[in-house]
Design a protein around this ligand. Sequence first.
Ligand code: FES
Length: 92
Amino acid sequence: MCKDAIVFFNKPEGVELVAGETYQFCMCGRSADGLFCDGSHEGTGCEPKAFSVEKSKAYQLCRCKSSDNLPFCNGNHSYYADSAVGKKVISD
Ligand code: FES
């Protein structure tokens, strides 16, 4: 997790990913779709995370930016109420 990230949304999104492709996951929560890097992290302390998958299928990608298994959702979004969207992530 990036401590300068903001909560893009408090639920994950199912995204079809293709095996072998390299994706740049948005770690800052400021990209237009909250999923993939579009350069919006400029000036934050966050950098995108490159990842790929071994199997082509739909994956639940984290949009709260607080999963312990980024880029994948692990349920940590349950810590965030709707009012937390757009605010800084809880970091310990
Ligand atoms: S959306 Fe971040 S843990 Fe589920």
